[in-house]
Design a protein. Structure first.
Lengths: 798, 330
């Protein structure tokens, strides 16, 4: 809400601007912006005329010595007849630009140098007065910027109003708040019109048919009005508050809306059929041509103002075009009502039509201010457009809106909730400042809620008022005293945290991405119809260009992100995301299992020290195994798998017993292509939910053997199609207890190796924990292994 | 020639200077011969002892032997030094180009939000706050109604909600976790609930998802002043002792009294979060006797703290997956 301070000053005395803004902000009226209208005079300073003498070469000029707070007084030539020694004046120094655009320079005037200019009101853009210089208050501090001593233009506060405080959205509300914070008295504008003898009841009848939609309806009639443009002061006032001037009658209703927060509407009485105002629900198929030029179909729940035949306004939202006040209007019907807030909000939301009126009705108006606003408006219309205010108001009442008249507050409640030590008298005084009259009743205070405070309902609401006016900043910060208790973390949260840590430690960069996709993303992953990944939760109101379904897999967004990185010329991408995915469960809240997905795109770049980087798949496999080890999940690798987005010849699973904890593989070439990834790319997905269901196995201490180990390297020729992992497994089983370790350390095909064959080298380490091995034992075991390799795999030693 | 004490000291000093001047092992051997050899200074002095009176011979002999041993020790030390120098010189012949790059292990990176969230959780763990989480797809009850955010009240307007199939919604704040955590629990308790939240809002400064941390504590006497104290301690943990906080009255349907709080680090106030004493109606909605128990709740974005800590100018730079920007923050 825009609050012009000059206007507010007419309602209540104001403290200085900085203090006002500070206290209002702390009290819940956040000042979003301070806007100043009028010329910028911050470069003009206050000067003190120390001496004045006649210019030696010009009769009409004076030569002044002016102190502007600098080390030396300035010499200034001045042409104004009213300049005199001892005056405080506004001085523009060389380099300053005046509001009319003139830039001042040091100059010589008739042989005397002038080091500045003493300004008139007109030169400062303040008025047309040019008879002489502007003489300031004698107390003005020398050297101060002019705006500090001379209120120039209007200062407008843009205040954020919280949705509970309908009563704040007016000058009256602001004035009350200033009174609460700084004291003083609120002055209301005149509200009692001179009435003609003719009874208003002769002009119109009012009936509330939808009693639950309207608590009170007050009509006033002004006859013989001349509709025309508003005077300058009224136009300026509306504009300063951000409203547009229409004509004097409409402007009067809007002015009262701004003054009292009570929305009003003016009808052209002559256009009302049947001399009747009815407050009723809309009928089936009813339409209203509104003031904004649009015709809207009404819903049965909409509350309308109607005459005998048709709807003429949407109650609390907008008036109708057919009954609007125009130049030909002579007789005006003023509507002031209290509509039920939720109904106004529903209609306004349904039609996406938010008006100054609906904004205030949604937040609630002062039930005791309805009649006053109608009176004030009638007075203004008669003043502005002539005409005679008919005698009396025409009123109707519906069901009163629920409100709290009195709240019983335990006198110790504020201290108990706030941690303050306020006396009972202080509490009573603080409440009185916001218009709440508190009377002692035993240990309690009986607190009368003023009619404009629709938001006060329970004792805690009053505690907030006490705290607000006392000042939140004056409540001492303490640390709670409570019992010591061990803390808890949900297992899923803890696992997600560990997984992220492990993935980052393994060298991957964590991304966080918006967890939504378009169905085409799943097509690109080759996910078949009917797959569980297709059971997505749909976003009913997706943003343009963003996903329309919550992610059932984190993979597509990671692939998109990888593609963007490649497009930014990043050549090596190791990224992961860990978090929830969403599977629809018709009717119930979706399942939100935890997943971690990682992606490896090798740079294809050899480092100074390494001849080549491992292929994407083996990097991904190693990372997956390392992460699962970190998560204390003992797993075994199984070749193959079922994920349609993986390369069928380069994928596998990490399983613990029968549970698949991770799928790893190179991206299927079609999928890579669909995501515009023109490079080798491997991915792995860890099912963190599955990990949660399996108890982690912490590594146990094992004493390293004190006896020497014996190393044997075996290079064998195998069929190219023979998986080396199976051979390694067979070696382990054959070797038995004395094999302490076995690994594949070389693989070679090419020159020297027959076609269709591959040379694989195994490094075997033999060791016992209880004694030194004998050569014979190692020899025999090795022979057994070689024999087995020959028999089972047709392998020959190289 | 008598071998007086002064003469022996001079001899030793002379030997030490000569040893120090020996630049090679060969020179050292020559010096050693000059002093300790059969025709060396020590030997000639030894011979001179024979000419002394018998009563002085023993003492003079002993003094000479000590001097000889000291010279020998000096020579041995010099020899070791020369040997070391010569082998180091040989190593330098085979020097590495140490200006070549070291092998840097692949460094991963936790997301800035993750890092700040962990830091925050760790602080609150220190104050005995447990962690609680809840679903990201929520019911209207948990996200709004139980928190007294009425569909027909303007306070709903600030929640630009994503609605999803099944009549549910993406949580717009972490406060529904409050409802889930408090329902069925008996105070006293204190929790934080960090997590991802969603708003239909996409412009230069808004991301459709961001992260909040919610904290709440319920006990018999926990006060607004306690809430201020906890938030002050939290701010100092994150931003250092010079940080200032400011509490402004505000409105939230689920707290009463309510406040927004701003921090000031190096001048100027920046909005940080919202807080207040949990509304009795919310406690009752969770089955907690509001006449006995009271508590505070607060919430703030994690993202803003992360942006401030790492100097990230725009929230979108955290969520567009640009590894060039994110990796160096590790």
């Amino acid at each position: 809400m825009k609050v012009p301070l000059g206007w507010l000053r007419e309602w209540i005395e104001l403290p200085d601007e900085a203090a006002l803004c500070e206290r209002l902000t702390l009290a819940g009226l956040e000042i979003e912006e301070v806007v100043r209208s009028g010329p910028d005079l911050s470069a003009i300073v206050v000067g003190h005329v120390l001496a004045r003498r006649q210019h030696p070469n010009a009769d009409r000029l004076s030569l002044c010595e002016v102190d502007v707070g600098g080390p030396e007084a300035l010499s200034v030539v001045c042409g104004a007849p009213n300049v005199a020694a001892g005056q405080k004046v506004a001085v523009a120094l060389p380099g300053t630009t005046l509001p009319d655009g003139t830039k001042l320079k040091k100059s010589k005037i008739r042989g005397e140098s002038s080091e500045g200019m003493i300004c008139s009101s007109r030169e400062l853009g303040l008025s047309d007065e040019h008879e002489g210089i502007l003489v300031l208050d004698a107390a003005a501090p020398v050297g101060a910027p002019l705006p500090q001593v001379l209120p120039v233009g209007e200062t407008i506060l843009d205040v954020e109003i919280t949705p509970n405080r309908g009563d704040w959205v007016s000058m009256l509300g602001m004035a009350r708040e200033v009174r609460a914070l700084f004291g003083g008295a609120v002055h209301l504008p005149p509200c009692e019109p001179n009435e003609s003898p003719r009874p208003a009841a002769d002009d119109v009848r009012v009936a509330i048919e939808a009693a639950d939609g309207c608590a009170r309806y007050v009509a006033r009639v002004v006859r013989g009005v001349r509709v025309g443009p508003s005077p300058d002061w009224l136009r300026a006032r509306l504009e300063s508050a951000g409203m547009r001037s229409i004509n004097n009658v409409v402007d009067a209703t809007n002015l009262v809306l701004l003054e009292f927060g009570q929305p009003l509407h003016a009808f052209d009485l002559a256009t009302l059929r049947g001399g009747t105002v009815r407050v009723r629900r809309a009928t089936a198929g009813e339409k209203l041509a509104a003031l904004d030029g649009e015709t809207r179909a009404l819903a049965a729940a909409d509350l309308v103002i109607a005459d005998a035949e048709r709807a003429i306004a949407l109650a609390g939202v907008i008036g109708g075009a057919e009954t609007e006040v125009r130049e030909s209007t002579t007789d005006v019907l003023i509507e002031s009502a209290q509509f039920e807030p939720k109904g106004v909000r529903r209609t306004s939301r349904r039609l996406a039509l938010r008006t100054e009126a609906s904004y205030r009705f949604e937040r609630g108006v002062d039930r005791d201010g309805v009649a006053r606003a109608a009176d004030r408006c009638a007075l203004l219309i008669a003043e502005l457009g002539g005409g005679a205010v008919s005698h009396g108001r025409v009123e109707a009442h519906g069901a009163p809106l629920a409100h709290t008249d009195e709240i019983e507050l335990h006198a110790a409640h504020p201290n108990r909730l706030l941690g303050t030590e306020l006396s009972r008298d202080e509490v009573v005084e603080l409440l009185a400042r916001v218009g709440v009259a508190a009377k002692a009743a035993g240990e309690h205070l009986r607190c009368a809620v003023p009619s404009w405070r629709n938001d006060l309902d329970i004792p805690a609401d009053l505690v907030e008022e006490v705290a607000r006016i006392h000042g939140y900043d004056r409540i001492e910060a303490t640390l709670p005293v409570t019992e010591v208790a061990p803390i808890d973390r949900p297992a899923g949260y803890a696992l997600l945290d560990r997984a992220r840590e492990a993935l980052a430690r393994a060298g991957l960069c964590e991304l966080r991405l918006f967890p939504a996709n378009v169905p085409a993303d799943l097509d690109a992953l080759r996910v078949p119809a009917g797959d569980r990944l297709r059971d997505a939760v749909r976003i009913e109101n997706p943003m343009p260009g963003q996903g329309s379904e919550l992610s059932t897999t984190l993979l597509p967004n990671l692939l998109h992100a990888a593609q963007r990185n490649l497009a930014r010329q990043v050549d090596r991408v190791l990224v992961f995301e860990a978090g929830r995915v969403f599977h629809d469960r018709a009717g119930e809240l979706p399942e939100e299992p935890l997943r971690a997905v990682a992606l490896v795109i090798p740079g294809g770049r050899t480092s100074l020290w390494e001849a080549h980087e491992a292929p994407a798949f083996f990097q991904a496999k190693g990372l997956a195994e390392a992460v699962l080890a970190e998560l204390r999940q003992p797993v075994e690798f199984h070749a193959g798998g079922t994920a349609p987005w993986l390369h069928p010849g380069a994928c596998g699973e990490l399983r613990r017993a029968d549970t698949v904890l991770c799928r790893v593989g190179e991206l299927h070439p079609d999928v890579a292509k669909a995501f515009a990834l023109d490079c080798a790319c491997a991915v792995f997905e860890i099912d963190l939910d599955a990990c949660l269901s399996l108890a982690p196995v912490s590594p146990a201490f094992r004493e390293p053997s004190a006896y020497p180990a014996v190393r044997r390297d075996l290079a064998v020729l195998l069929d190219r199609a023979q998986p080396a992992g199976a051979v390694l497994d067979a070696i382990r089983r054959t070797a038995g207890q004395i094999l302490a370790g076995a690994e594949i350390f070389d693989r070679y095909e090419g020159k020297g190796v027959p076609a269709g064959k591959v040379s694989v080298a195994f490094r075997l380490v033999f060791q016992r924990g209880d004694r030194t091995l004998q050569d014979q034992e190692v020899g025999k075991t090795t022979e057994r292994i070689v024999a087995m390799l020959g028999q089972r795999f047709g392998a020959e030693l190289r | 020639m008598s071998a007086g004490r002064d003469d022996l000291d001079a001899l030793r000093a002379e030997a030490r200077a000569a040893l120090a001047a020996a630049a090679t092992l060969q020179e050292l051997r020559e010096v050693r011969a000059r002093f300790l050899g059969r025709k060396g200074s020590v030997s000639s002095q030894l011979r001179a002892i024979g000419g002394l009176p018998a009563a002085e011979r023993a003492a003079a002999g002993e003094a000479l032997n000590r001097a000889a041993a000291a010279i020998e020790a000096d020579a041995a030390e010099r020899e070791r030094a020369l040997e070391r120098a010569s082998s180091d010189a040989a190593l330098v012949q085979r020097a590495l180009d140490v200006t070549l790059p070291g092998v840097v292990p692949q460094r991963g990176a936790l997301h800035p939000v993750t890092r700040v969230e962990r830091d925050m959780a760790q602080f609150f763990a220190g104050l005995g706050f447990s962690i609680e989480d809840g679903p990201e797809v929520e019911t209207e009850w948990h996200c709004f109604d139980a928190l007294r955010i009425d569909a027909d009240h303007p306070s709903r307007d600030s929640h630009d909600t994503f609605f999803v199939s099944g009549g549910h919604l993406l949580r717009t704040h972490t406060s529904p976790v409050q409802i889930r955590a408090m329902t069925g629990r008996t105070p006293p308790f204190r929790f934080i609930a960090p997590g991802r939240v969603f708003r239909v809002d996409f412009d230069a400064t808004h991301s459709p998802f961001f992260h909040q941390i919610e904290g709440f504590m319920v006990d018999e006497r926990v006060t607004f002043g306690d809430m201020k104290g906890v938030l002050y301690a939290f701010a100092r943990h994150l931003m250092g002792p010079e940080v200032k906080l400011r509490f402004r009255a505000h409105f939230f349907p689920f707290t009463e009294p309510s406040a927004e709080f701003d921090f000031s680090w190096h001048g100027g106030w920046l909005e940080w979060g919202g807080c207040g004493m949990i509304h009795p109606g919310v406690l009752e909605n969770c089955g907690i006797d509001a006449s006995r128990w009271q508590g505070f709740a607060f919430g703030m974005t994690i993202d803003r703290t992360a942006m401030q800590r790492f100097g990230i100018p725009n929230i979108h730079r955290m969520f567009d997956g640009d590894v060039r920007a994110l990796e160096p923050l590790a």
